[in-house]
Design a protein around this ligand. Structure first.
Ligand code: KMH
Ligand code: ZN
Length: 304
């Protein structure tokens, strides 16, 4: 029986927002995505949050062939839980975004809980020389601005995926998204216990301060009581500090090049596994234990 207080490490391997021009380490070919995902699992990630990319130029893809080209290798080489993104890219419809999860019926997939402006912070780290482009209303590091997840979109995703018994990673980028989730649960769209990813430091969402983490947690406690598990994702420079804090508060953690290209201030990560190894070391040094994939399955009640 897995101890409920073990820390689950999720690794978000490539995402859709960072571009290969930003870091040579960002995987976008089938081979690199598979290799880095497997190495991240070997380093201690029990959940792999996966997006696909066009292998020619690294642009985000929701084509099932692009997932099919690396998923079997990941599944064959690891027993990590596969979590497929339904975030896709900022410009795609919800119907397109949920197609990969519908096709592959993974143990987990993401579920974004509100509409928002969405960009990585232009003033952060080595990208601070980039300018916010008011004409195009987007930041150079992002491919669009509005990330659309209306209540109707959320209902469509929830209802389409319901027959697949997929556990959702509910992406909550601000406190209001917790209330959106509660509203959807009250409507019967999502069953308790839910797994919530508290997200900090996306420009358009809540900032990456510890006060905000405490506020999110306290709000979730009030709304969901014992009916939820939680994890923390800090974007950019907030990744490791917030993950360390979350694990000390009894939460789970998410790292990976989708969320930050760095391993420490001013230094790009060599790969995803390096970030996983770092947070694993921090978690263990601070006295917590890291969950295996099977323990993560038990803690989150996955279909297996
Ligand atoms: N890119 C992250 C901030 C998704 O894939 O559905 C949130 C995310 C969204 O992982
Ligand atoms: Zn994602």
């Amino acid at each position: 029986m897995a101890k409920k207080n073990k820390t689950i490490i999720t690794c978000a391997v490539t995402g859709a927002i960072h571009t290969p021009t930003m870091s040579d380490a960002l995987p976008y070919t089938y081979d690199d995505i598979a290799t880095q995902a497997v190495a991240a699992a070997e380093a201690g990630a029990s959940i792999l949050h996966l997006h696909a990319r066009n292998p020619k130029d690294g642009s985000p893809s929701v084509d099932t062939e692009d997932f099919q080209a690396f998923l079997p290798r990941v599944k064959q080489a690891t027993d990590a839980v596969v979590n497929i993104s339904t975030g896709g890219s900022l410009t795609l419809s919800i119907q397109d975004r949920i197609k990969p999860a519908k096709t592959f019926s993974p143990e987990m997939c993401s579920m974004n809980m509100g509409s928002m402006n969405f960009a990585f912070h232009p003033l952060a780290g080595r990208f601070k020389e980039w300018k916010f482009d008011w004409e195009k209303d987007y930041v150079e590091s992002s491919e669009g601005n509005i990330f659309r997840n209306t209540f109707r979109d959320i209902r469509e995703a929830a209802e389409t995926l319901a027959p697949h018994d997929i556990k959702f990673e509910h992406e909550c980028y601000d406190v209001g998204h917790l209330y959106n989730l509660k509203f959807c649960m009250d409507l019967g769209l999502f069953k308790a216990p839910v797994f919530i990813q508290f997200i900090f430091g996306i420009l358009g969402g809540i900032g990456p301060e510890v006060d905000n983490l405490v506020f999110m947690k306290r709000t979730a406690d009030r709304l969901f009581g014992d009916d939820y598990r939680w994890s923390v994702l800090g974007a950019g420079g907030a990744q490791m500090p917030l993950a360390a804090t979350a694990s000390q508060m009894g939460g789970n953690v998410r790292v990976g090049l989708e969320d930050s290209l760095f391993i420490q201030r001013g230094k790009l990560a060599e790969n995803n596994a390096q970030q996983v190894a770092k947070i694993r070391h921090i978690v263990e040094e601070l006295g917590a234990e890291v969950a295996t994939p099977d323990e993560a399955r038990e803690i989150l009640g996955l279909k297996g």
